[in-house]
Ligand binder design. Structure first.
Ligand SMILES: [Mn+2]
Length: 368
């Protein structure tokens, strides 16, 4: 690795800024050429978009708007529940349309960002012709049908890929766009600590001077509604430790973003390497996985657990999945729990130990 002077290990994405610049210059015209400028354009994020998804959609709308003089809309099929994601949209004034309000037939250019056709994390019909897909998750076979597909797994964030397109297009970053991209890169790479390439770091450093750091702080430290604490409290009471894994159940979640939030909260737990959070929302079981185990890819682990039950995706240290549940969710959750433990080489029939000990137990443990 030539980037060892940056303190990076050989684990993780390997894109260089030189490659990123070349690719963007080579691909920009091809990207613009698939846009039908005679009709409105729509850009779709995940159903429950994370900061990278929001920022890269915002960047793509900016790029298409600037180069083609069109005004693409950004649409999504779910909710924005996580307080920091909500703050990002509100503070930056990113307009996101609920998919239910979008008449797909009215749009001539459909773009997927930070996702691909039939991934399960968006609600677009499978037969919708997709013009553009830009993503850093593993390539899916269905993406072969996309007119312009740019899928690069050696990048920590789709926001990074979008930065180089903006650079190739000669677009000056506005404060809001720079702040959005910075948050997108930071959140998908955990502050560039891991899962980031030299291309991500270079983009980050280029974007940084253009961002508004007090705006950034307001977005990253949002106020949190009381019901989040209530949901966390209940889930922590039900959480079980199995050797190097912890499994939490949020029950019926207000919104699926809460799973990611709880998974991130539990991830630093001492002496564990894996966190699996389950929760139900509108007839679906959602899973969120975090790991510090560098020998396994979180996306591969969750795919092995979910298998034929639903759809799964992820990369590196974080992954998520969705499973449709028609009736009683308990047997499915039990199957997921068992498969997860088996996948880690742990005893699937073990009940585990409660994360939250009773008063006597925790006092004696902490005094010893
Ligand atoms: Mn991403």
């Amino acid at each position: 690795m030539t980037d060892s002077n940056l303190g990076r290990t050989s684990v993780g994405p390997s894109a260089t800024s030189a490659d990123a610049t070349n690719q963007a210059q080579r691909l920009l015209d091809k990207l613009l050429a698939v846009v039908n400028i005679a009709t409105p354009a729509a850009i779709y994020t995940h159903d429950h978009p994370d900061p990278d998804s929001i920022a890269s959609a915002y960047a793509l709308s900016f790029l298409l708007g600037h180069k083609l003089s069109i005004e693409p809309i950004i649409a999504f099929g779910g909710t924005i529940g996580r307080a920091t994601n909500r703050a990002m949209v509100d503070q930056l004034g990113v307009r996101l349309y609920p998919l239910a309000q979008v008449r797909l037939d009215d749009y001539g250019t459909h773009s997927l960002i930070d996702t691909q056709p039939e991934t399960g994390n968006h609600s677009l019909p499978n037969d919708l012709p997709i013009s553009i897909a830009i993503d850093h998750h593993p390539m899916r076979p269905e993406t072969a049908n996309v007119k312009f597909a740019d899928v690069r797994t050696d990048y920590g964030a789709t926001s990074t890929i979008m930065y180089y397109y903006l650079e190739a297009a000669g677009i000056d970053l506005s404060t809001k766009l720079a702040t959005a991209l910075l948050i997108g890169i930071k959140s998908d790479t955990r502050g560039l600590e891991r899962e980031s390439s030299e291309a991500d770091l270079h983009a980050y450093l280029q974007i940084f001077p253009h961002a508004d750091l007090s705006l950034l702080a307001r977005i990253e430290n949002p106020l949190i509604p009381r019901r989040h604490f209530e949901a966390f409290h209940a889930a922590l009471e039900r959480s079980m430790i199995h050797d190097r894994a912890v499994i939490a159940d949020l029950g019926d979640a207000d919104n699926p973003d809460l799973l990611a939030e709880l998974a991130d909260f539990l991830a630093p737990l001492e002496q564990t390497e894996y966190v699996l959070v389950m929760g139900r929302h509108k007839g679906r079981l959602y899973l969120s996985l975090r790991t510090r185990d560098e020998s396994r890819d979180a996306g591969a682990v969750i795919s092995a657990i979910v298998g034929e039950l639903g759809t799964a995706g992820g990369h590196g240290r974080m992954a998520g999945a969705q499973i449709n549940i028609d009736e009683d969710p308990v047997p499915i959750q039990e199957m997921v729990r068992r498969r997860f433990l088996s996948e880690l080489g742990l005893d699937p029939s073990s009940a585990g130990k409660p994360l939250i000990r009773n008063g006597d137990e925790s006092r004696s443990a902490s005094s010893g």
